[in-house]
Design a protein around this ligand. Structure first.
Ligand code: GLC
Length: 470
């Protein structure tokens, strides 16, 4: 990435930049300290039902063999989109074909009612089945003729089996009434049945677990499935003997001590007790104005959903403290949620300094009607770097903790999520932080960050196949 020429920025402004850089810096000592605490909290989550990191037991019982076959439907309800897919797992090892459609979840729905949500999901599913000619001939209400569907629902749920999941709390800014504390499978299923949509939900899946399974389908070195997108979270396979709380999980399932089970960590909740993360006043503002203050402390410092907001708050602070954008009308800049994460990645593109400044200029003009000077544009680009670099370094702590927890020194980690692809610098920064935390010898990359295509759809289909062939 081209370095922005800080020399071209006047002394006073540079001083302010240095202050912000210091606030957002996470040095090696802090990275290690955060990771140590993280490992401890992961353990605690496997032990207690009310721990800070939920470590949800998902009842996904194994990695795929690579020989799974069949056609499955998958619905993926993430933070931004609703994706519906039909996945055909073919007999060749790791092979599949996929048909998928994506719908944007309307913003108003995020603060609507559960009924509106499930009706919308059912509408889109029906559209999809009709459009791709997938509706089976009517066979009454018999389960047999219904299409098997895996539902990827990327929020924390308590499951006592795989077709069940009580929503613990909404995350990622959602606040839909009537769903927290309820079984989301039963809610969706009731609407599907009422509308005679011929599908049967065979598994409820978290996106991290889908990613883990999809990636392991092709790559046996995968030990962690992680998401860096609207939210930030990870999953891995744990041995039942190392999950003390499994005995009191309310499940009727038979499992032996040596068998594996996928754990959805839900580690966006890490440090909700505010012990180790270096929170700034900007982080506190984000938390205070969020739908669930006090929750998802780590996620709010790392995930893409909050990065634009952090930059917006910093710019506003500098407007007020040192008169950044002195003659501009900043009323739009005062509005929450107006800077998206993609804007930050544009200010960090691999192009020249001039290209990066041009991107910043366009963003400030289009989104805020602000005509910035070159000095202000340089400053914006540097601040975008500062916010994104902290996110990547903190993201590495979660991954390092999961590697340490599993006792692995070398492995592959799948990273899925919109943001991972868009941030050209993310992988490099996260790897550098992992090297610092895990003391890798120079130039050795012991943990590989890879990215699976179609992770959510294929992972969900594989889980459906594993469950139905158990
Ligand atoms: C949030 C959700 C979690 C999901 C993650 C990534 O942290 O609570 O379930 O895996 O976002 O989408």
């Amino acid at each position: 990435m081209t370095i922005i020429n800080e020399e071209a920025i006047s002394g006073r402004v540079r001083e302010e930049i240095t202050k912000i850089k210091d606030l957002f810096a996470v040095d090696t000592f802090s990275l290690k300290r955060i990771t140590d605490h993280f490992v401890h909290q992961l353990e605690d989550g496997l032990t207690r039902h009310d721990a800070e990191i939920p470590m949800n037991i998902t009842w996904v019982p194994s990695f795929p063999t690579g020989r799974e076959t069949g056609r499955y439907l998958a619905i993926d309800m993430g933070g931004t989109n609703l994706r519906i897919c039909s996945v055909e797992l073919t007999s060749e090892r790791g092979g599949y074909s996929i048909t998928q459609d994506k719908y944007i979840l309307p913003a108003r729905l995020k603060r609507g009612t559960g009924d509106e949500l499930w009706e919308l999901v059912a509408d889109k599913l029906l559209d999809f089945l009709r459009k791709h000619d997938l509706l089976p001939p009517a066979k009454g209400e018999e389960e047999e003729g219904k299409l098997p569907l895996a539902f990827t629902f990327s929020y924390p749920v308590t499951q006592n089996h795989i077709r069940h999941g009580v929503l613990q709390r909404w995350t990622k800014g959602f606040d839909i009434r009537g769903v927290e504390g309820e079984d989301v499978v039963a809610q969706l299923d009731a609407v599907l049945q009422r509308r005679h949509i011929p599908v049967r939900i065979v598994a409820l899946v978290n996106d991290t677990v889908g990613t883990l399974i999809a990636s392991a389908y092709k790559n046996p070195d995968i030990r962690v499935g992680s998401i860096f997108g609207t939210g930030c979270n990870a999953a891995y396979m744990e041995r039942c003997s190392r999950i003390p709380k499994i005995a009191s999980s309310g499940s009727q399932a038979q499992f032996d001590e040596d068998s594996l089970i996928a754990i959805n960590c839900e580690y966006g909740a890490f440090d909700n007790n505010r012990r180790v993360l270096p929170r700034t006043t900007f982080d506190e503002d984000i938390d205070a104005s969020s739908a669930r203050p006090g929750q998802q402390t780590y996620e709010k410092m790392v995930a893409a959903m909050y990065l634009g907001e952090l930059l917006r708050l910093i710019l506003l602070h500098l407007h007020e403290s040192i008169g950044l954008f002195p003659d501009a009308d900043v009323s739009r800049l005062r509005e929450g949620g107006t800077m998206d994460a993609v804007s930050l990645s544009k200010m960090e593109t691999d192009g020249s300094e001039a290209v990066r400044m041009e991107e910043a200029k366009r963003i400030l003009q289009d989104a805020y009607g602000i005509d910035a000077t070159d000095e202000e544009l340089r400053m914006c680009c540097i601040l975008a770097e500062v916010v994104c670099a902290r996110a990547a370094r903190l993201y590495a702590c979660g991954i390092a903790a999961l590697c340490r927890k599993q006792g692995v020194e070398e492995c592959a980690v799948d990273v899925d999520g919109s943001a991972f692809e868009k941030y050209s610098q993310f992988r490099k920064r996260a790897i550098a932080a992992l090297a610092e935390i895990l003391d890798w010898p120079e130039n050795e990359e012991r943990v590989k960050l890879v990215s699976a295509e179609d992770g959510s759809g294929v992972g969900a289909a594989l889980i459906a196949a594993i469950i139905l062939n158990q």
